[in-house]
Design a protein around this ligand. Structure first.
Ligand code: CO
Length: 252
């Protein structure tokens, strides 16, 4: 790869970039690149929040109001400091806070975000795409990273679609990361290839960054599961002994 001076990572939620591509991003930062991480679905919800959102907040130990997002944003800023990346938070609402154009909650049960929900929810897909296009113009990256949407979370699918649409015709190539923890225990997607090995200090930055998200760790892992051991073991499986993050060229 030619010299990469500016990297743009587009993350659906306040945790995805660090969990899935944290070592890759830290590696670019250590080698002197300007690394920007933009999280799209980081908007503060209108109150009252939905029953699904309330249950989600309880699991993460989060307050039952919009201040939960401020708390998660602070976790993300701390994590990005560990990676050596610049933080940008956009105001789109997470699926658990959204309503359908008819006014119902988008997520009627706690796994609904993984259902086959349409990406065209009002003008959301277009708005996200236009926002990503503005970000691309402002940052002018040499490389764009975003999620492959393994696991099919609707916000991850929206992010992938918006980034591929926005970046079509732009000079920077797009690479898609394998979404973690959703990909744990699954065979590697055939279209994904291993990244160039990141330095060991980049991996240390990744583990320190993930530790900055206590609410998401509570949400994603049962208390008896050692999240760090599970993620390390996954990374070593993917790299056949030495840790690796998988990335694939994004084809729209
Ligand atoms: Co996510």
């Amino acid at each position: 790869m030619t010299t990469v001076r500016r990297v743009l990572a587009v993350s659906p939620h306040l945790d995805d970039a660090a969990l899935s591509a944290g070592a890759t991003l830290a590696d670019f930062a250590i080698r002197g690149a300007d690394v920007h991480v933009v999280t799209l679905f980081a908007g503060a919800p209108h109150e009252p929040i939905s029953p699904v959102a309330r249950a989600f907040h309880v699991r993460g130990g989060l307050p039952q109001d919009a201040s939960a997002v401020a708390l998660r944003s602070a976790e993300d800023r701390a994590a990005m400091d560990q990676l050596g990346a610049r933080t940008h938070h956009r105001g789109f609402l997470d699926a658990i806070y959204r309503r359908t154009p008819e006014g119902r909650w988008l997520c009627g049960h706690d796994q609904a975000m993984f259902d086959e929900l349409p990406l065209d929810q009002g003008d959301l897909r277009g708005e996200v795409c236009r926002d990503v296009r503005r970000i691309l113009a402002a940052i002018d990256p040499d490389l764009v990273l975003t999620c492959a949407a393994v696991g099919d979370h609707v916000d991850h699918r929206l992010t992938r679609a918006a980034v591929l649409d926005a970046a079509a015709g732009a000079r920077a190539p797009v690479l898609l990361w394998e979404d973690l923890p959703y990909a744990i225990g699954r065979p590697p997607p055939p279209a994904l290839s291993e990244t160039p090995a990141a330095r060991s200090d980049a991996w240390e930055r990744k583990w320190r960054a993930i530790a900055c998200y206590p609410t998401q760790i509570r949400m994603l892992w049962p208390a008896h599961v050692d999240w760090a051991a599970q993620l390390r073991s996954h990374a070593e499986t993917r790299g056949q002994g030495s840790p690796a993050e998988l990335l694939a060229p994004g084809l729209s």
